[in-house]
Design a binder for this molecule. Structure first.
Ligand code: GLN
Length: 208
């Protein structure tokens, strides 16, 4: 099993490091051909407008959509979650500055949802699907999910009720940065549950 990590901008090296700690093979993805042979993709945190524009420039946007359509699991953290969504809330993008999105999850996401005072903080979250203990979560100028479509399973919420982790089929989204903590729970969940299910289905002939 090989996990691709989108390496156009942002915190990709940290994901590669955590995957290595888990014993999972990881490769950096910068061009469409780099997706060949990947069993899954992680889209890291960073700056979603920059990553979105580079996705279009490299034509990775269509390549990723095509692989997603064949069932490749994708996990987006923070800016990666913004890119997985279908549309943005009010603070989405400035007029004249289009924000390319992959549109692979039925999420309405609001960027920079915590304002300038509280734009970065650390907390713990209850995520029963992922761990039977609270999971540490680092939010850095983080988005929140404002609305979810019917196929979306919310995995974690903030105390105010906003969803901050969600799964839809083989796509996983977290508003925070598990790769910046010592806690392997989310990477383990992605590799050992989401990706392992997809690989098992593929072996049974369900994944082209
Ligand atoms: N605020 C960033 C954005 O809107 C996301 C920040 C992050 O990925 N840590 O793209």
């Amino acid at each position: 099993m090989v996990i691709g990590v989108l390496a156009l901008q942002g915190a990709f090296a940290e994901h590669v490091r955590v995957l290595a700690r888990l014993g999972a093979a990881a490769r950096e993805v910068r061009l469409p051909a780099d997706l060949d042979g990947m069993d899954a993709l992680i889209i890291p945190g960073g700056e979603s407008t920059t990553i979105g524009k580079l996705l279009v420039l490299t034509e990775l946007d269509n390549a990723i959509r095509a692989r997603a359509a064949t069932g490749m699991p994708i996990w987006g953290t923070c800016a990666g979650m913004i890119l997985l969504g279908r549309n943005l809330g009010d603070s989405g993008s400035r007029v004249g500055e289009p924000q390319p999105l992959l549109g692979l999850m039925d999420l309405r996401v609001r960027r920079n949802a915590f304002g300038s005072q509280l734009d970065s903080f650390e907390t713990t979250l209850k995520v029963p699907a992922v761990a039977d203990r609270p999971v540490p979560a680092i939010f850095i100028r983080a988005p929140v999910i404002e609305e979810t479509g019917p196929g979306v399973e919310v995995l974690a919420r903030l105390p105010d009720g906003h969803p901050v982790a969600a799964r839809q089929g083989r796509c996983l989204a977290t508003a925070f940065h598990p790769e910046l903590t010592d806690d392997l729970a989310f990477h383990r969940y992605f590799v050992e549950v989401v990706v392992a299910e997809a690989v098992a289905d593929g072996r049974k002939g369900g994944w082209t």
